[in-house]
Design a binder for this molecule. Structure first.
Ligand SMILES: C[S@@+](CC[C@H](N)C(=O)[O-])C[C@H]1O[C@@H](n2cnc3c(N)ncnc32)[C@H](O)[C@@H]1O
Length: 211
């Protein structure tokens, strides 16, 4: 049963990401160096055909896609999308960018060959609804590619994450104790590749939708 989120909370998180857009790229540079490494290139280099990026943010992945993919990106925050649009223009890439909620993707069933989501499932309030929607819009034989920070591998790390979540979930809907891998399997995808690193804090995976 999908969780429901009161409209006022969605508005609050929407505002949070609009505000965060001003500093997001700078903060991410530091996190990429410390934690995520080459994950953007890893994810995007495996995307093919009609590609949907969910929670595209400021478009930091855009430079990593091959020129022959047809890219569509959605995000809740218009301010994040403004930056993504400017980046796409600068790179001379044509991208269909639109404001939408990952809980209800405005696309037909089986519309995409690849769905990519990097560092989005930690922030999208309803993990189950978001994964269900990603699976719905994937064509049979298509691939879901995810990168995110997840629950740590040790009890001490998870304890610290639990404390951090007390603030971040209220403030911006940011979660630290999720494991999208389980949802991906629960929604019937076949996991083809999984890599977990940095004390188990980062997980990236490729999963296929059965034909
Ligand atoms: C941590 S940022 C990640 C941005 C980008 N994917 C990246 O790799 O840099 C999380 C993004 O999720 C977006 N977001 C949060 N809730 C969402 C929702 N319900 N639907 C769509 N996007 C959402 C935020 O606006 C923000 O851009």
């Amino acid at each position: 049963m999908p969780m429901t989120h009161a409209p006022e909370r969605t508005v609050r998180w929407h505002r949070y990401w609009d505000k965060k857009s001003r500093t997001y790229d700078k903060e991410m540079t530091a996190w990429e160096q410390r934690l995520f490494g080459d994950s953007r290139a890893w994810a995007c280099s495996q995307a093919q055909g009609d590609v949907l990026e969910v929670a595209v943010g400021t478009g930091l992945n855009v430079p990593h896609y091959s020129d022959d993919v047809a890219l569509t990106g959605i995000d809740l925050s218009e301010r994040m999308l403004d930056i993504a649009r400017a980046r796409a223009d600068e790179l001379g890439r044509e991208i269909n960018l639109r404001q939408a909620n990952a809980h209800h993707l405005p696309f037909d069933d089986a519309a995409f060959d690849t769905v990519v989501c990097t560092l989005g499932l930690c922030a999208i309030p309803d993990l189950d609804a978001a994964v269900a929607e990603m699976v719905r819009v994937l064509r049979p034989g298509g691939r879901l590619i995810l990168v995110d920070h997840i629950e740590g591998g040790s009890r001490i790390v998870r304890g610290a994450q639990r404390l951090v979540e007390l603030i971040t979930v209220q403030l911006g809907g940011e979660h630290f104790l999720r494991r999208p891998l389980h949802k991906v399997r629960a929604h019937g995808l076949l996991v083809e590749r999984v890599q977990r690193f940095k004390l188990g804090l980062v997980e990236r995976l490729v999963a296929g939708k059965p034909e």
